[in-house]
Every structure is written in C-alpha cells, then in structure tokens.
Write a protein that binds this ligand. Structure first.
Ligand code: AHR
Length: 325
C-alpha cells in the first residue's frame, strides 16, 4: 500500500517533470536512495501477479524507490516505459521483455544515458551483448528438460509403447516459450515412443489454453496421451475442456505443467495434473541486491538462476508447502 502511494507520488513528479522540465529537482528528492524503474509485461497469470507483488514488497524491504509500469502485454508499452525511465534519470532500469527481439534501439539509448539495465525473468536477443548488465530469471531450458524427463519416467512406469504429445506453448518468441520447448524436445529426443502431434500457441493465457485444447481435442481426440503446457494458467484453461470431452485428466491423459502456483498444486493434489515443474516468480530480492550493487559501481554476475524443483504424482503431495502465489 505504502509502495503504491509512493508510486503514485513518483508518477505525479514525472508528469511535473515532463510538463515543466524540472526533472533534476524532482530527482533530488529521491537522490539519497536508489531509484529503480521496472517495466512489467502485464498481468497474464498468477505467476506474473506474484512476481509483481514480490518486486513491490522487496523494493519496500530494501528502501528502494520503485517506478513500476505495467505494459499490458504490449512491447511498445515496455519501450515507452523504458524511455520514460531514461528521461527521469533513474539509477537502474529493469524489465521483463515480453519477447526476445526488438530492443536494440531503446537499450542503446539507456546505455548512452549511462543507466545499467537488468533483465528480469526473460532474456533479449540483441546485436550487441553489452546493452544489458545481467539476467535474473529461471533456467527455462532446464524446466523443459525436467518436464521431458518426468514424461519418460511416467511412460516407463505405465509401460507405454507409444506416447502422443500435444504441446500448448507460451507467447511466441518469448524466452520461456523457446527454452521450454527446446529443453523438452531435447530430453525426449532419443526415446522412440515419443511423438509430438502438434505445438500450438496459447500465449500463456487461460482463455487461450482452453481454446487450444478444444481445437486439439477436435483434431486428435482420444489419440492424445500427453498434454505438455508451458504454464499453469493455460493448463487450468485446458483441463475443463478435457473433462467436457469425456476424458479424465491425469488418468486418460498425462498432464504436465510449469510454474507451480497454488491453484495448479491443488489440482495436482486432486490427481488431475501429473507433474508441475516449478518456476519461481520470487525474483525481487535478487533484483534489489543487484540494483544496489550496480549503483555502488560493483560488477554483478551475468546470469542468476534461482534453484527450482518439481512436484509430481511420484511424491506425497501433502509434503508440498504453501506456494504463496
Ligand atoms: O516468463 C515466465 C512465464 O510467464 C511464466 O511461466 C508464466 O506463467 C508467465 O506468464
């Protein structure tokens, strides 16, 4: 609440700066502390909402002034937000890029202004590698590998000789979409039982997860053995469609999800999801510590991956602690 009030105050100061050009005096008020501009992708999932909340809470814990902008799923809004952070002369810029390409110009502008940029959650693909200082986020490739390795163990346990997979992917050209797909495909590559019938773009959204599942069921029906979904939100959209079509998720079809939000874990406990690979949204602490080190002129690690685990029907689900997102 406190941080929201402060955010409103900062926004008012920013408007004053843009109108009167008195950015320096506005900045003076925050100069003793660290001013961090953060552009969030949007609010597409419980994961994303948990990530935003964590960053707000940790900024408050560390006494860091946060200018938080929500891009509502649009890259152009993120680019405009970064330009506002540059105009406001923040100490550090952080952002979660919705897709990997298209950032060269605005990141060059930040570099020219001497403002370090931290990537949170997702990566970028730029011509020059020195436009960003570091990445704090999950190892999405490893998540895909964990999903694939679980599937091989499950197929062994069930004695399956043929495994038909449908994949509901996250936002096209985003890092988690690319890496979760690559890791999964690499993990199952040598297993001749595995066959991917179709990969379909669900954009990390629950509504799209439902639409994709309807379309996959219409095309493949009971030929589907496995649904591999790149996030919980799409999985939770797909499950009711599977049930409406007369199948029991978790039994007639193996369901594999990624994120590990509380709602998906509850459904895992009901036996309707078989495996959830964790992707933690709790990146705020690392972000604040990195921002402070950058402001102090220290060097930081190029990549920071949080430690993540998996939750499966091979374990006792009552052991899973409350997830907090
Ligand atoms: O980039 C992380 C992904 O984005 C999460 O898996 C998903 O839920 C979110 O929308």
């Amino acid at each position: 609440m406190k941080s929201r009030l402060f955010h409103c105050l900062l926004c008012l100061l920013l408007v004053a700066f843009l109108i009167t050009g008195c950015g320096e005096s506005a900045k003076k008020q925050a100069q003793d502390g660290l001013l961090l501009g953060f552009s969030q992708i949007g609010s597409e999932s419980a994961w994303r909402i948990g990530n935003t909340r964590d960053i707000e809470e940790q900024a408050e814990n560390y006494g860091i002034s946060l200018m938080l902008e929500n891009a509502n799923q649009k890259q152009e809004n993120q680019i405009a937000a970064i330009r506002r952070f540059i105009a406001y002369k923040v100490d550090v810029i952080a952002f979660s890029p919705i897709v990997e390409e298209g950032w060269d110009n605005v990141l060059q502008e930040a570099k020219d202004a001497g403002i370090p940029v931290v990537l949170v959650d997702r990566d970028v693909s730029t011509e020059s590698e020195d436009l960003t200082t570091c990445l704090i986020g999950a190892d999405f490739y490893r998540e895909g590998v964990m999903a694939g390795e679980y599937l091989i163990r499950k197929a062994d346990a069930l004695g399956l000789t043929q495994v038909n997979i449908v994949e509901i992917t996250g936002t096209e050209n985003s890092t988690p979409m690319r890496q979760r797909q690559a890791g999964f495909l690499d993990a199952i590559e040598g297993d001749e039982r595995m066959s991917v019938l179709e990969s379909i773009d669900g954009d990390f959204l629950k509504s799209r997860g439902a639409e994709c599942m309807r379309s996959l069921l219409e095309t493949y029906g009971n030929a589907i053995d496995v649904v591999y979904s790149h996030n919980d939100e799409m999985t939770l959209g797909a499950l009711p469609e599977i049930e409406k079509a007369g199948f029991a998720p978790g039994k007639d079809m193996i369901i594999i999800s990624i994120d590990g939000g509380q709602e998906a874990i509850n459904v895992l406990k009901e036996g309707k999801i078989n495996c959830v690979v964790e992707c933690t949204p709790k990146l705020g602490k690392e972000l604040m510590e990195t921002a402070l080190r950058l402001k102090a002129g220290e060097t930081v690690e190029a990549v920071i991956h949080p430690v993540e685990e998996e939750f499966t029907d091979e374990m006792d689900p009552s052991d899973i602690a409350p997830r907090g997102y």
